[in-house]
Design a protein around this ligand. Structure first.
Ligand SMILES: Nc1ncnc2c1ncn2[C@@H]1O[C@H](COP(=O)(O)OP(=O)(O)OP(=O)(O)O)[C@@H](O)[C@H]1O
Ligand SMILES: [Mg+2]
Length: 263
């Protein structure tokens, strides 16, 4: 299934606060998009503290850093997963992945340039916060998908991330997924979170009036014990618990992202 983009649509999955569900969402969203016919590449953009491989149940020997250093060809590092999408793993515990250098930035751009015509979507699973590596991946992306939970700490950090991305990097459009909502009111909580963020932004971010900050809610995902269970099994939610409440929300999120409509 093609998209209106000539090259892959690059989507950076980012959050202000850590541990809100970016990696879980990236992996499961990628699988659903693939199942629906899109060609998807997932990049572990948490270059120094990778853990997407754990959720995917793979144990890569090599990482993006091996390609960037020139030690390995890309095709040896790029994995075709059993889940329908390709995966570019990062390294864990290597300090060179934690700071943005010119070598890293140029290497990453050259890797993407060489393969992006193979895909409809490239998803970057970013590390927590808005450090320079995360901002670099945001800058490479057509869309920024923010993940937040309804907790005040997450909302505050989401607001701060939007402010930084807007004021330092000129980004004004954001997609939002509200995760870990109360299962009885998941959609309403998502709508309330967007309303709250949008009102704080209009009060405190002096954005360009012609190009104001806009947040589009593209999904809410309820708190669901099937999710930590799937992660412990190193499998996707749809593989372990296809009937879990959160599974249908992931399907809906994939449809909204594909159609680029707010949900
Ligand atoms: N909707 C949910 N319901 C229940 N548990 C969830 C849900 N979403 C995420 N979790 C739990 O939250 C934990 C953190 O998720 P995940 O690793 O995807 O977060 P992250 O944002 O990628 O973290 P980091 O910032 O460290 O990269 C997981 O162990 C998972 O079990
Ligand atoms: Mg993560």
């Amino acid at each position: 299934m093609g998209t209106e983009f000539e090259r892959a649509r690059r989507v950076a999955i980012i959050s202000g606060k850590g541990g809100v569900g970016k990696t879980f969402i990236t992996a499961n969203l990628a699988a659903t998009l693939s199942l629906n016919g899109s060609r998807v590449l997932v990049v572990d953009a948490d270059l120094g503290l990778a853990n997407l491989d754990i959720l995917l149940g793979v144990t890569p020997d090599l990482s993006i850093l091996d390609v960037i250093r020139g030690d390995q060809p890309l095709d040896k590092v790029l994995l075709q997963t059993q889940k329908g999408f390709d995966f570019l793993p990062a390294a864990s515990g290597l300090p060179e992945g934690t700071a943005l250098t010119q070598i890293l930035a140029e290497g990453m751009e050259s890797i993407l340039g060489s393969i992006e015509d193979r895909y409809d979507f490239i998803l970057f699973d970013a590390g927590a916060g808005v450090g320079d590596v995360v901002l670099f991946f945001a800058g490479l992306s057509d869309e920024i998908l923010l993940v937040a939970t309804p907790e005040p700490t997450s909302l505050m950090d989401t607001y701060a991330a939007i402010k930084i991305l807007n004021q330092l990097h000129g980004r004004s459009g954001f997609l939002l997924v509200v995760n870990q909502t109360n299962p009885d009111h998941s959609g309403q909580i998502g709508t309330a979170v967007v309303g709250h963020l949008q009102s704080v932004i209009s009060k405190f971010i002096d954005s360009d009036k012609k190009n104001p900050v806009r947040i589009e809610l593209i999904g809410s995902i309820p708190m669901d014990p099937a999710i930590p269970h799937a992660i412990r099994q190193r499998q996707l939610l749809a593989e372990v618990s296809p009937d879990a409440p959160a599974a249908s929300y992931i399907d809906h999120l994939a449809d909204c992202l594909h159609a680029r409509t707010a949900c």
